[in-house]
Design a protein around this ligand. Structure first.
Ligand SMILES: Cc1cc2nc3c(=O)[nH]c(=O)nc-3n(C[C@H](O)[C@H](O)[C@H](O)COP(=O)(O)OP(=O)(O)OC[C@H]3O[C@@H](n4cnc5c(N)ncnc54)[C@H](O)[C@@H]3O)c2cc1C
Length: 611
């Protein structure tokens, strides 16, 4: 590659935003999980430490390890080379390793406080609020209508994808922090909201968005219309579930896939998912879609139901659809479906399961409190998560509408920090991300890490997924089987370790260019110093050498695979590989978090050249 001599390269300070751009997996995780940290530990066979690191920022780590939407994988830089790391499956391996090891989870020392907080809803958001506040010493009570915690993960996500033991593991850990759970208790029915306002210093509402959005087409009241969230709730709570032979599920998200696969397990012969957009706009991950299709679910894209037709007994027998084409992007950023006149067609169907969206149920909020509501959702201040009613906060799907478990948990964590500030009377606290260099390391990457393919995540063979005539058995038979230790080490070895960065020592470098010659990716270049836009960031170097003429080595951090060949090749030891870590420090000193607990802090960060 030849470099354009007129091109300019911006020298960036080593600050939090630089590091955040470097470590994209961590940045993409709503709870800030140090993914490559636990991958690196797993690659060394340090599984328990890997588990602790994965668990530390995440109140729902066990549930996540099975069904997280894994935004980290979409951000993983390895995806630009071949395929991203299987980060979720790696977390599952660590969680299972920890469970099997019998090593008890160590609980933090907590200094109790007097203030009491009520949380409505024990889903991911509620568990996150409860955990963060309990660790800070607050007396937390979580109320939920359901018989157990987990929220939609318990009553929505099917047991063949998420074993109930994983839900229990997360709930149990929050309970061990001293949180009280009150199940089978609906606020607004068994206890009034005003009771909570009287008895608690603050209330966090994390009641989810589990009301189905109803079909608004002729025939929607026919027998044979089952709404997705209600259908999954019945199946998950062990209640009677009846589906016909020809099932059509309408939607393109997790709920739609789960309803389709659950219908198969409850005896449906033909299951079709009808989605109004195309395959590329589906909101599920590749593995989930692949398994759904493999099990025999037929996908019909660019179609919308327009009418349901029944027989003389009021039973559904046919759906009329219209075909769509894609128009301009809508508010969701996805291209909107536009019906094509004259393209109507009908499909035989005895059960339709609409799974298009869900809404929050606000009916338990007292009218007299005058909560501000916008388009069916309670309004909160985005900085403080506070509603307009003093002492009442809200978070998770209840505020955002249906999202994912990890987004809800992230929301819950931030709401907890805001409640802590409110109860402590501190309103002006800021949390500043900071960067530390934790070690200087000439590392040896494992052999062939750069060509090792993503390790296949083992799945049960098709006949083994539905081994019984009893739907309840089929519904709880796991599909994904998880990695063993060999596959886990191989997979984690593929991590490109984006928190390591190459540093050139300008006082040792003689500009021989050997590093550029040896670089297999061609990402190191020698450029004229005048092409560097330093903006005063390299004062020592500018002072020592002047800045009129000369050359400098630059490195494209986006494409560098951290193989360290340049480090080894440099004849003057001018190149090192440093490990950087993010810290969070609050202005009142109460919050101080290292994103990596393994390793000593050493000095502060300097300036790294980089294009
Ligand atoms: C079928 C299905 C499959 C899904 N699959 C995935 C997936 O694979 N991956 C993923 O990331 N996300 C998935 N999701 C989305 C995910 O489950 C939600 O985004 C997440 O659970 C929202 O968390 P939350 O804590 O905000 O609310 P919820 O998990 O919905 O929890 C709210 C809780 O509040 C309780 N509650 C409500 N009102 C009251 C009241 N008045 N009194 C007492 N308790 C009350 C409810 O009983 C519930 O337990 C799926 C959703 C569905 C429906």
């Amino acid at each position: 590659m030849t470099l354009d001599l007129t091109q300019e390269f911006l020298v960036q300070p080593v600050d939090a935003s630089w590091l955040q751009c470097n470590i994209e997996c961590q940045e993409a995780c709503p709870v800030g999980t140090n993914c490559r940290g636990y991958l690196n530990l797993a690659a060394e066979g340090r599984f328990e430490e890997g588990y602790l690191l994965a668990r530390e920022p995440n109140p729902v780590a066990a549930m996540c390890s099975y069904v997280c939407s894994a935004p980290c994988e979409r951000a993983c830089r390895r995806g630009d080379i071949d395929r991203p790391l299987a980060i979720r499956a790696m977390k599952r391996f660590l969680v299972e390793w920890h469970e099997a090891s019998g090593i008890p989870d160590v609980m933090p020392a907590i200094t109790p406080r007097e203030e009491r907080v009520a949380v409505i809803g024990a889903g991911p958001a509620g568990l996150a609020v409860a955990r963060e506040l309990a660790v800070k010493g607050y007396q937390v009570t979580v109320y939920d209508s359901l018989p157990y915690g987990g929220g939609t993960l318990l009553m929505g996500v099917p047991a063949f994808r998420l074993p109930r033991e994983a839900i229990e593991m997360d709930v149990r850990l929050v309970e061990r922090l001293g949180v009280t759970f009150v199940f089978d208790t609906t606020i607004g029915v068994d206890l009034s909201f005003e009771d909570l306002q009287r008895d608690y210093d603050a209330i966090a509402i994390s009641a989810g968005a589990m009301n189905p959005v109803y079909l608004d087409i002729p025939g929607a009241d026919l027998d044979g219309v089952l709404y997705g969230v209600d259908f999954m709730k019945r199946a998950n709570l062990g209640q009677e579930v009846e589906v016909g032979q020809h099932v059509v599920v309408v939607g393109g998200g997790y709920t739609a896939m789960d309803c389709a696969r659950t219908s198969l397990r409850f005896g449906a012969e033909h299951v079709t998912i009808a989605y109004r957009r195309t395959r590329s706009e589906l909101v599920v991950d590749e593995e989930e879609l692949g398994e759904t299709e493999l099990e025999g679910v037929h996908m019909d894209f660019l179609v919308s139901p327009i009418e349901l037709l029944g027989d003389e007994d009021g039973k559904l027998k046919q759906i009329r659809f219209i075909r769509n084409k894609l128009g301009e992007p809508d508010a969701s950023g996805r291209r909107s479906p536009i019906p094509i006149p004259g393209s109507e067609f009908a499909l035989p169907c005895d059960t339709i399961i609409p799974a298009v969206s869900q809404a929050a149920d606000l009916s338990f909020l007292p009218v007299e409190s005058s909560f501000e509501v916008n388009r069916g959702r309670i309004k909160v201040d985005p900085a403080t998560y506070a509603t307009n009613v003093r002492g009442v906060f809200a978070c998770g799907d209840f505020v955002t509408g249906p999202t994912t478990m990890i987004e809800s948990a992230g929301h819950g964590k931030k709401a907890a920090y805001a409640i802590d500030r409110y109860l402590d009377g501190r309103t002006d606290v800021t949390v500043t991300p900071n960067v530390k260099i934790t070690s200087s390391w000439r590392h040896d990457m494992p052999e062939l890490y750069d060509v090792l393919p993503r390790q296949h995540i083992p799945m049960a063979a098709l006949p083994a997924r539905m081994p019984s005539t009893d739907p309840a058995v089929n519904f709880t038979t796991p599909v994904e089987l998880g990695y063993d230790a060999t596959a886990a080490i191989a997979e984690s070895t593929r991590c490109l370790m984006c928190n390591y960065n190459i540093w050139f020592d300008p006082f040792r470098c003689v500009l021989c260019g050997a590093c550029a010659d040896v670089c297999p990716e061609g990402v190191i270049h020698m450029v004229d110093v005048n092409q560097l836009k330093t903006e005063g960031l390299l004062p020592e170097i500018e002072e020592a050498y002047g800045w009129a003429d000369g050359a400098a080595m630059i490195l494209d951090e986006e494409r560098c695979i951290r193989c360290a060949l340049c480090v080894k090749r440099c004849p003057f030891d001018a190149i090192t590989m440093e490990r950087f870590e993010l810290q969070e420090i609050s202005s009142d000193g109460r919050l101080y978090k290292e994103s990596y607990r393994d390793g000593q802090l050493a000095g502060t960060a300097g300036v790294a050249g980089g294009a």
